[in-house]
Write a protein that binds this ligand. Structure first.
Ligand code: PNS
Length: 162
């Protein structure tokens, strides 16, 4: 197994500056980060998987150390198939902890060789979530400080505010 590959999994509906912060800092530690969009997150999502992949691809195209893919089934099986030993997750606040704790324990029980590594979100992103950004965007609030410009444009299009 290659110890320098990390999987950064999530729904990313859509990708925010908080996600970007984790990826940027993760690149200080890992050689390659695979941003893995969970296929099971399509239900009740604003953006289709294809739309999310397209946006993330455009955001990371300048950096060959970053890749974006989708995955089905168990995250740990996907990680092993990619030769990755680490699942990277951002942790914002205490409220994230219970779900993340449960997921990390379960993943480690199912597959011992894969570790979950948490990074504390930057303070300026600590309150950010894809859901809250969608809510503000839907109500025509200014979301430009929360998401990259191309995501902002796609959100505005979705909500018919452009
Ligand atoms: O961005 P999210 O929605 O918090 O990401 C959650 C995600 C996609 C990481 C999680 O739902 C997941 O890993 N799904 C894949 C299925 C799986 O392996 N489930 C067991 C984990 S306990």
């Amino acid at each position: 197994m290659n110890r320098h590959i990390a999987i950064y999994p999530g729904s990313f509906d859509p990708f925010t500056n908080g996600h970007l912060d984790i990826v940027r800092r993760g690149l200080e530690i890992f050689d390659t980060i695979i941003i893995a969009v969970a296929r099971n997150s399509e239900k009740n999502s604003l953006f289709s998987i294809a739309e999310r992949i397209d946006m993330i691809s455009r955001l990371i195209e300048h950096d060959p150390r970053l890749k974006v893919e989708t995955f089905d089934g168990l995250l740990v099986d996907y990680a092993v198939s990619k030769g990755a030993r680490v699942i990277l997750r951002g942790l914002r606040a205490v409220t994230d902890f219970e779900f993340e704790f449960q997921m990390a324990q379960m993943n480690h029980t199912v597959c011992e060789q894969v570790e979950t590594l948490f990074m504390m979100t930057a303070p300026e992103c600590a309150y950010l979530s894809s859901s809250i950004v969608k809510e503000v965007g839907r109500l025509n609030g200014d979301i430009s400080q929360f998401v990259p410009p191309l995501v902002r444009d796609e959100l505005l299009k979705k909500f018919g505010h452009n």
